[in-house]
Design a protein around this ligand. Structure first.
Ligand code: SME
Length: 150
């Protein structure tokens, strides 16, 4: 991996964890940040910061996370209480953002999921910043996968 091509937040020995830490630091409104990895038809929780969650494995199509994969697009939900297809992690969550991670071939390999205790926490700036991290992870996905211990 060529170090000069890496984003400043990127720690090669823990790329996903460093992405989670970096995204958490982007806004005081991000109360839970995690990365789910797509394994077949299931999203499997990787590194996260925030409260522990029961939703460590989510089938494609279920909840906001599974919908992002099924519809092949990012999800920005200003008020999760208005959704029926929603998997609650915390009763305090009001809004949620999911940005898909796509590898060099454009294939969805995972996602960054963020919960906020604030309604409509994800404006254009927040979305662009998280989208960028998802793209940076996607760009380096091949190396990230090679280096992952599990
Ligand atoms: N709310 C998500 C589940 C994951 S938690 O937010 C950590 C969903 O509806 O898919």
């Amino acid at each position: 991996m060529d170090l000069k091509d890496l984003p400043v937040w990127f720690q090669p020995e823990a790329p996903l964890g460093s992405a989670v830490r970096y995204v958490t630091g982007l806004s005081g409104k991000f109360q839970w940040v995690g990365i789910y990895l797509l394994q077949g038809k299931t999203l499997v929780l990787g590194p996260f910061l925030g409260e522990k969650t029961n939703h460590t494995r989510i089938p494609v199509g279920r909840g906001v996370c599974g919908t992002a994969v099924a519809e092949n697009r990012d999800q920005n939900i200003p008020d999760v209480r208005a959704l029926s297809n929603y998997l609650s992690c915390s009763l305090e969550t009001r809004s949620e953002l999911v940005c898909l991670i796509r590898d060099g071939d454009g294939k969805t390999v995972g996602q960054i999921d963020i919960d906020s205790h604030f309604s409509a926490a994800f404006g254009p700036e927040e979305v662009a910043a998280v989208r960028r991290v998802a793209d940076e992870l996607g760009t380096h996905w091949r190396e990230i996968k090679k280096g992952r211990k599990k």
